[in-house]
Design a protein around this ligand. Structure first.
Ligand code: ADP
Ligand code: MG
Length: 271
């Protein structure tokens, strides 16, 4: 269903500044009034890498993604994306955020929903539709171009929302709990689907989830955050992520050990 050949529709952006990290977060802290959401977060992500971020509900994961995207300026610390000058504008230009809630508009077709980011960004309706439509088949959405969101399954809706993110052409994808609303079986299928997409195209991805298994399956490296205020408790390296056979991958001995380690960290035990 998912073709792995063919040029991606969107051209990844050039990476200025040489082989440094594509995303760097240095000593970032943020509060909402009295409530300290994030404390001294340090993260680094090479170009083409996938960094998972797991942590309990309310520990500041969505806030962190909004900060990295440029939608929120942190109280302290520095973020750089692809060598962009400090400041939110550079980050907004180089990254795209897939928000936690499925924001498909019910009165638009799947195609127009996928094309929405491009239209809002100034592309003509036809150009936007052509660029988004070119990826429908490749992402397993062929034939559903004219379907309304309410006619699609939860898994298909998430694919459309992901396609909207992908066709932005931005190199850095910030995914906030992309599969949280899906049932367990659809969720596993959609994770394997995303693994295939990421194997076919090189993207730099920050993947926020509260699901340890999802993070360990999809990411090269997983940062485990503490309960609020979110801090990085530890970072776990994943030896061979995104194996095509997901069921076999997540039941292997090595994977189960990593999952137990991550769960101990989440429970507040030392690594
Ligand atoms: N705009 C806001 N104003 C006040 N508090 C906020 C705001 N956004 C988030 N928070 C609070 O900050 C904490 C972290 O929120 P969030 O980043 O959404 O956590 P997570 O995504 O890990 O569940 C929570 O306690 C939340 O209630
Ligand atoms: Mg959140």
């Amino acid at each position: 269903m998912l073709a792995t050949t063919g040029a991606p529709d969107s051209e990844p952006q050039e990476i200025p500044g040489g082989p440094g990290p594509a995303v760097s977060v240095r000593a970032v802290g943020h509060s909402f009034g009295e409530l300290v959401a994030l404390e001294r977060i340090d993260l680094e992500l090479p170009a083409g890498g996938v960094l998972g971020i797991v942590g309990p509900s309310g520990c500041g994961k969505s806030t962190l993604l909004e900060i990295v995207s440029g939608l929120t300026e942190p109280d302290s610390g520095e973020i750089s994306i692809l060598g962009a000058a400090p400041g939110p504008d550079g980050r907004l230009a180089r990254s795209v955020l897939m928000p936690q809630r499925d924001l498909l508009l019910p009165w638009l077709s799947a195609l127009d929903n996928a094309a929405l980011g491009l239209s809002l960004g100034g592309a003509s309706r036809q150009d936007a539709r052509e660029r988004a439509g070119g990826d429908f088949e490749r992402l397993g959405l062929g034939g559903f171009e004219q379907a309304r969101p309410q006619e699609l399954s939860g898994g298909m809706r998430q694919r459309v929302a992901f396609l909207r993110t992908l066709v932005s052409g931005k190199q850095v994808l910030l995914l906030d709990e992309p599969f949280a609303s899906l049932d367990a079986i659809t969720r596993a299928e959609t994770q394997a689907w995303l693994a295939g997409v990421l194997a076919a195209d090189s993207h730099t991805v920050l993947l926020v989830t509260h699901d340890v298994e999802e993070a360990l399956y999809l990411s090269d490296r997983v940062a485990v955050l503490t309960p609020r205020p979110g801090r990085v408790a530890a970072t776990i390296e994943v030896p061979s992520p995104r194996a095509p056979d997901r069921a076999a991958a997540v039941t292997s001995t090595g994977f189960v050990e990593l999952r137990e380690r991550a769960l101990r960290l989440l429970a507040g035990e030392a690594a």
